[in-house]
Design a protein around this ligand. Structure first.
Ligand code: Z5A
Length: 206
């Protein structure tokens, strides 16, 4: 069976990690060879860049520097992890991909969708996920969930409310513009209900 590339997207605390665990277990139970990965990160070089991005003061990078760092990490992630796995016929499930750059840096930080999409096309060509789940939920619910996580990777959580509102609207806009591959899921439901919806879409993949 040919490899598939599935991405999960959403704002803070949307439940991506939780859903990736459930989806991976369900696919493996069907005998599918699955690789799970994440952005920023997912390869040794990209993980080093991740540290620069998720720790420290919210204003430590300007929007373009941040977009370039995320895109550099993505190039390394694709080259070292995603493309070899897909070529080997494996399924790859990634916690975030380029829609995150469009949403966070394009909408959230105001670089604009067109500029960020041009950057992605320059670096990645026409490579795209087969299927993208956009986990959507009210901002305060997501931030409360993410706050429970603790740790030092809280740089984005500490950005202002307006940023998170632009982010949520941005994701819904991305899903509308790319409705051939994006499916919006109400992530305020129970984890099990979200999983059932995700599986019903995955079952329709040809
Ligand atoms: N970023 C960017 O700006 N540009 C880019 O191009 C890329 C990323 C690729 C790191 O991402 C940051 O980088 C990210 C965007 C930016 N912003 N931040 N922060 P990340 O994916 O590592 O960070 P995150 O989005 O904050 O992940 P997270 O907090 O781990 O959230 P999650 O994976 O979506 O959720 P979770 O860990 O599955 O769940 C969070 C908590 O909620 C946890 O306690 C769960 O048990 C609970 N949970 C999960 N589902 C439910 C349901 N359904 N009901 C109730 N509780 C739930």
């Amino acid at each position: 069976m040919a490899g598939r590339f599935i991405t999960l997207e959403g704002g803070e605390g949307a439940g991506k990690t939780t859903q990736i665990e459930l989806l991976t277990a369900a696919l493996r139970a069907r005998g599918i060879d699955v690789v799970t990965t994440r952005e920023p990160g997912g390869a040794p070089g990209a993980e080093q860049i991740r540290t620069l991005l998720v720790e420290g003061e919210p204003g430590r990078w300007d929007a373009w520097t941040e977009a370039l760092l995320h895109t550099a990490a993505r190039r390394d992630h694709l080259r070292a992890t995603v493309w070899p796995a897909l070529e080997a016929g494996r399924w790859v499930i990634s916690d975030r991909f380029y829609d995150s750059t469009v949403a966070y840096q394009g909408y959230g930080h105001g670089l604009g969708v067109e500029a960020v999409e041009r950057l992605q096309a320059l670096v990645l060509g026409d490579f795209a996920p087969d299927l993208t789940f956009v986990l959507d939920l009210p901002i305060d619910t997501g931030l409360a969930r993410a706050a429970g996580r603790g740790g030092t990777e809280d740089r984005y959580e500490r950005m202002d409310h307006g940023f998170h509102q632009r982010l949520r609207n941005g994701y819904l806009d991305i899903a509308r513009r790319h409705d051939h591959r994006c499916v919006v899921i109400d992530a305020a439901q129970s984890a099990d209900a979200v999983h059932q919806q995700i599986m019903s879409v995955v079952d329709r993949l040809d």
